[in-house]
Design a protein around this ligand. Structure first.
Ligand code: BG6
Length: 512
């Protein structure tokens, strides 16, 4: 088996410099699917509209259904208008859409890849893509293996001298440690680690990237960013959405696999990691993986106490009645799949020793919001509000979405002749401070992959360590002593058991 290797791009070494995308052909496997229409093409369009994309960049949609280039372009025009961050301008779209082609083939059919190779060579000549190939796996996970094998058989995993071949793999990256290891094994049959980009779109979100800047470009936070000053940390990803036609996948996943194994643990790594030695992809990922490795793995008898799983029953979101999860189309009426998870976890290292970390994630909650809050220890209340039982804490909130920004809650004197104090907020909003819209996560990540920067993509060891942690919970949940599933009405903030998880520690979830 031959693996292509890749030289580091001298123009771009990690997060420190501007992305310099190189002309390339992007082959999207699963080009007729939801992801292509909702995220990938709108992201590429916005990059083109902002002048970030070399004109030679060419998209080849690879899928099973017969379709002409023109039909493909027409369909993309419709959906891009619907999902693009900026309004679609006819003149830009016209040129942009001419760089889109459709390649019809079964994923298992080797000849489809031979003809793809020929087509790509021709595109190199006609459009100047210079032999650079970016293969985007947006197909169903069961197709990953045949696609990889056929790419290799057609020699497409190997780049010509001076060019590159890379592969972007969408989630879910396996459904447990064993399947993730197996997928890595299959990927490595054809591509090397430095050609492999495992996407986690949360890492492309502007505020997620800003966590490192907040922590390591400001001198005031690091000295107090530890167990001595931090009481606890909360990370919440709340969504009003239900399963939205994805029940087939969701039934086999659940909230933990869908959101915690990847997005929430990635955010936790950024919050908890040590300062990297530099901004190269591996320096950052070396530090992140140490966090996941330091997570305390639950013993079977701890799961019932430290992890809550819930499922929504019918209720109302924004005054609109919605069905319960078990009533959704394609969901087993006896489904035990969790749509909500709350965890109390522990990072066993010096910095975080004994600091509880609470994660919560849920569908059909009253609000869509993702945020991280760092709750500092209370000041000794020897001076102010001595007669009050209310001893407020300083809380640093990093709002990942919506209204991206950072706020710090602190105490201030209430104006007047008496000396009373109350919490106030120092608030930074991306929208107003910089006056320009942040790019969508997929824009940033596609640009990075075209530039050869894997910093915001998950490395093999990160993914596998995260699965090893999640597996302990999943195994306990399917075992014979599994704690019961709890329920919450759609439109509520989750099961009572999740509130009790914090109440037992004398704490409460932040109100979002
Ligand atoms: C996806 C999950 O990875 O992230 C979805 O599969 C979830 O279930 C989505 O809705 C949330 O992403 P965002 O960017 O909309 O917060």
């Amino acid at each position: 088996m031959t693996k292509a290797t890749e030289q580091t791009n001298p123009l771009r070494e990690g997060l420190s410099t501007r992305a310099v995308p190189q002309p390339c052909a992007i082959v999207i496997f699963g080009a007729t699917g939801d992801l292509t229409h909702r995220k990938l093409i709108p992201a590429l369009y916005n990059l083109a509209a902002d002048g970030e994309l070399p004109p030679a960049v060419t998209v080849i949609g690879f899928a099973r259904r017969p379709k002409s280039d023109d039909d493909f372009r027409k369909e993309l025009a419709e959906t891009t208008k619907q999902f693009s961050r900026q309004d679609v301008r006819e003149d830009i779209w016209k040129t942009f859409s001419q760089s889109h082609f459709y390649h019809q083939s079964e994923f298992e059919d080797e000849s489809g890849y031979q003809s793809l190779a020929k087509r790509l060579d021709k595109i190199d000549e006609e459009r100047g893509t210079r032999g650079n190939r970016l293969f985007y796996f947006a197909a169903a996970p069961e197709q990953f293996e045949p696609i990889l094998k056929n790419l290799e058989a057609a020699g497409l995993n190997k780049a010509k001298e001076g060019s590159w071949a890379r592969v972007i793999i969408e989630k879910p990256f396996g459904r447990d440690l064993a399947s993730a290891q197996e997928l890595n094994r299959v990927v490595f049959g054809a591509f090397a680690e430095n050609q492999t980009y495992r996407i986690d779109h949360f890492l492309g979100k502007e505020t997620a990237q800003n966590i490192l800047v907040l922590r390591f470009a400001n001198a005031i936070f690091e000295p107090i960013w530890n167990a001595r000053y931090i009481d606890h940390v909360q990370i919440t990803a709340a969504e009003t959405l239900g399963v939205e036609g994805r029940a087939g996948y969701y039934e086999t996943a659940g909230a933990l696999r869908d959101m915690v194994q990847n997005h929430l643990l990635q955010l936790l790594c950024l919050v908890a990691m040590e300062a990297p030695t530099d901004l190269s992809a591996d320096s950052i990922r070396d530090e992140k993986v140490k966090v996941v490795r330091s997570l305390h793995h639950y013993r079977a008898d701890e799961i019932a106490e430290l992890v809550v799983r819930g499922q929504y029953i019918r209720g109302a979101i924004n005054a609109k009645n919605v069905p319960g999860y078990r009533e959704e189309e394609k969901v087993d009426p006896k489904s035990e799949t969790e749509t909500y998870g709350a965890l109390r976890l522990r990072i066993d290292n010096w910095r975080w020793s004994e600091v509880p970390i609470y994660l919560r994630v849920g569908k059909r909650l009253p609000k869509s919001a993702t945020e991280i809050s760092v709750h500092f220890k209370k000041a000794p209340m020897v001076l102010f509000n001595r007669d009050s039982t209310e001893h407020d804490q300083n809380v640093l909130v990093i709002r990942i979405q919506p209204d991206e920004g950072i706020s710090l809650r602190m105490m201030a004197k209430i104006p007047g002749t008496s000396l009373r104090i109350e919490p106030v907020k120092m608030d930074f909003h991306y929208g107003t401070s910089f006056g320009k819209a942040s790019p969508e996560a997929y824009e940033r990540l596609l640009l990075d992959a075209m530039s050869g920067d894997a910093t915001l993509f998950a490395r093999r060891d990160e993914v596998e360590e995260a699965w090893a942690f999640i597996d302990t919970i999943e195994q306990a949940w399917t075992g014979k002593d599994a704690p019961p599933l709890t329920f919450y009405p759609a439109g509520s903030w989750g099961p009572e058991e999740a509130d009790e998880l914090l109440a037992r520690d004398g704490r409460a979830w932040r109100r979002l």
